[in-house]
Design a protein around this ligand. Structure first.
Ligand code: ZN
Length: 231
C-alpha cells in the first residue's frame, strides 16, 4: 500500500514537472513575440517625422541670397528620397518682425517655398494658409535675407498641411489613396486625434508621417511615437 502511494506521488510529481516545463519554454524555444505597438490597420507603425520651420529655394533666388551658382551644403539626409537639410540658413522678414536662422532644405525647387509654424506667422505679421507643398497660388510673400542679398517673395509662404508619405504599394496595403485625408490618433498624457492628414502616395515617397513642431508639441509627439490611422 505504501509503495502504491509512493508510485502515485512519483507520477504526480512527474506530471507537475512536465507542466512546469511547458510553462517555461526551453531556452531553444523561440521567444514570445513582443506586444505589438499600436499599428495602423494591423500593419507596421508609420514613422513620424517632425518638421521645424524651413524653406526651399529656386536656383534664381539662391543666386541672389548666396551668390551666383551657389550650391547647398548637405548636413543631413532626410527620410524622403533625395531631400536633405543644408547648412545654409536665412532670415525671414515680415511686416511685424523677423525670424533668423531658418534652415534651407535641398534640393533646389522650381519655386521658392517658405514653410512656417503658425506661431511664426504672428511674430512676422504674415497670414499663411495651410497648404500642401507646391500649392502656393494666392499665398502671401515675405522678404528673405541671405548673406549676399535679399529676395522679396511675392508668394510662397505657407503652413504645411500634415501629411503621410508612402509608396503606391504601401497605400494599397493601408487601404488609402493619394490625395485622401485621414485622421491620426495618438495615445499618452496629451492624447488626441489630428484630422485632415493628407495621403501623399506614389513615386519618390518613403513611408513617413509629417507633422510640424507645434502639432508635435501639442500632443507630446516624438519621432518614436506611434499612432493609429483612422480612415
Ligand atoms: Zn512631407
Amino acid at each position: 500500500m505504501a509503495q502504491d502511494y509512493e508510485a502515485l506521488l512519483k507520477q504526480i510529481l512527474e506530471v507537475a514537472s512536465a507542466y512546469s516545463n511547458n510553462a517555461a519554454p526551453a531556452a531553444s524555444a523561440p521567444a514570445p513575440a513582443p506586444a505589438p505597438a499600436p499599428a495602423a490597420c494591423g500593419l507596421e507603425p508609420i514613422p513620424v517625422g517632425i518638421s521645424n520651420r524651413h524653406l526651399h529655394l529656386s536656383q534664381a533666388d539662391m543666386d541672389v541670397l548666396f551668390g551666383p551658382g551657389y550650391e547647398l551644403t548637405k548636413i543631413k539626409d532626410l527620410k524622403q528620397p533625395g531631400q536633405f537639410a543644408s547648412k545654409e540658413t536665412v532670415t525671414i522678414v515680415g511686416p511685424k518682425g523677423a525670424l533668423e536662422k531658418v534652415r534651407v532644405l535641398g534640393p533646389i525647387r522650381k519655386a521658392t517655398q517658405v514653410e512656417l509654424l503658425l506661431g511664426d506667422s504672428f511674430k512676422l505679421g504674415i497670414k499663411p494658409p495651410t497648404r500642401m507643398s507646391g500649392d502656393l497660388a494666392g499665398s502671401p510673400g515675405a522678404t528673405i535675407v541671405g548673406p549676399k542679398g535679399t529676395v522679396v517673395l511675392s508668394e510662397g509662404v505657407i503652413v504645411a498641411q500634415r501629411h503621410i508619405h508612402m509608396t503606391a504599394a504601401e497605400a494599397a496595403a493601408y487601404g488609402v489613396a493619394n490625395g485622401q485625408t485621414v485622421s491620426i490618433e495618438f495615445d499618452g498624457p496629451r492624447c488626441g486625434v489630428l484630422g485632415n492628414v493628407a495621403i501623399r502616395a506614389g513615386e519618390g515617397h518613403a513611408l513617413e508621417c509629417h507633422v510640424d513642431t507645434e502639432e508635435a508639441n501639442a500632443l507630446a509627439i516624438t519621432s518614436d511615437t506611434t499612432f493609429k490611422l483612422i480612415k
